[in-house]
Ligand binder design. Sequence first.
Ligand SMILES: [Zn+2]
Length: 119
Amino acid sequence: MQKTRNRNEERAEHWLRLWSERLDIRCPVRMERTSIWQVATTDGRRGCSLVGVVLHEEEACIYHTRRLTEEDIVHELLHVAHPAWSEAEVVFHTARILSARRPLRRQAAHAAVLMRRLI
Ligand SMILES: [Zn+2]
């Protein structure tokens, strides 16, 4: 059990390093596992699964109650890189980045075209 958890954490650390570099994230980003019992919905229900990022002044923290996937990490890092983006934009670009797997410079140009179409 302990071994599996460590391997998952190592994998998440690897994705965090990789995607922080690719997305040109300048501030330090850490990950913090939290209990589902610390998470409450707006109506006060506890015991919810959650993955979310909080931007502090000089760092960001990805809080998660479950094992992080590569998609989670790309999604949360896009929130860090583009705080003004809507949730829909982040979801859209996460899918695009993960499915495209093209050289990143071309992806960025492609994204700029798509964004212009969205506006
Ligand atoms: Zn989001």
